[in-house]
Design a protein around this ligand. Structure first.
Ligand SMILES: Nc1ncnc2c1ncn2[C@@H]1O[C@H](COP(=O)(O)OP(=O)(O)OP(=O)(O)O)[C@@H](O)[C@H]1O
Length: 240
């Protein structure tokens, strides 16, 4: 049974990159709506793999991945892609911005594939672009000159804030962040997190945040150690 207060529920989920070599084997995992969760684990322990399973990019060999009451691993691939675009915003370690597009174009792009997020974004502002500009301003990126510049002309810290604005556009219920602060110094990391928290709070989004940086752990509501919930822990070659 899906608990209505949950955003993410996993049960008896098994995944391996090769047959009979599970990397992830989780009996039960649940994240309540609106939680800010810090997911930690050694390098190679399967954190990115787990995020791929939660986002429906990867399909478990067994078990259930229930997101917002939908068993996404049972959806056909095209419906799963649309579900992900509508309900999950991603911030990647390498940002995954499109180099030949401007700052603004990068932020609005995912909403073109996500009608639910597009509708929400235009409820808040007169247009998608206006909502993107609001989010960019909130991240400290303002000015016509800057938002129309090719994204590759921005500093790493600025690019990372563009990636955050892109993930937040249209208030997705879930924000998944995979090592988004690793390129920043510690002051910038905390400032970035405060802004992210503020946007997640006002949108009611659940945040699942992966990092090696344990100094950030105290800023979150909850910490999950992957090795503590993963029965396949130790099957991979892990490093600290
Ligand atoms: N595309 C892939 N094909 C085959 N094996 C993979 C693939 N991606 C990851 N793995 C393996 O799965 C295991 C978990 O990798 P994963 O990237 O999920 O770990 P991680 O905890 O995110 O590591 P890091 O903290 O270094 O990013 C590792 O043994 C890795 O080699």
């Amino acid at each position: 049974m899906f608990d209505q207060a949950s955003t993410i529920q996993l049960s008896d989920m098994l995944f391996g990159w090769q047959p009979n070599k599970p990397v992830i084997d989780i009996a039960a995992f649940e994240l309540q709506a609106g939680t800010r969760c810090f997911l930690k684990g050694p390098s190679g322990s399967g954190k990115t793999t787990l995020l791929g399973l939660i986002g429906g990019v990867l399909e478990p060999q067994q078990g259930m991945v229930n997101i917002l009451g939908t068993a996404i691993n049972q959806l056909p691939v095209s419906q799963r892609d649309t579900f992900r675009a509508n309900h999950i915003g991603y911030i990647f370690q390498m940002f995954n911005l499109i180099p030949y597009l401007s700052v603004l174009e990068n932020v609005v792009l995912p909403a073109s594939f996500a009608p639910v997020r597009k509708a929400r974004a235009t409820q808040n502002s007169a247009s998608l672009a206006e909502e993107a500009v609001r989010l960019l301003n909130h991240q400290g990126l303002s000015g016509q000159h800057l938002i129309h510049r090719p994204v590759t002309e921005l500093s790493i810290g600025q690019q990372q804030r563009v990636a955050a604005a892109r993930a937040l556009l249209g208030q997705p219920e879930i924000i998944i962040a995979d090592e988004p602060t690793s390129a920043l110094d510690s002051d910038s990391r905390e400032a970035f997190l405060e802004l992210l928290f503020e946007e997640c709070r006002s949108a009611g989004s659940t945040l699942l945040f992966v990092s090696h940086d344990s100094s950030l752990e105290g800023m979150f509501d909850q910490t999950i150690s992957l090795n503590a919930i993963n029965r396949a822990a130790g099957n991979t070659l892990e490093t600290c």
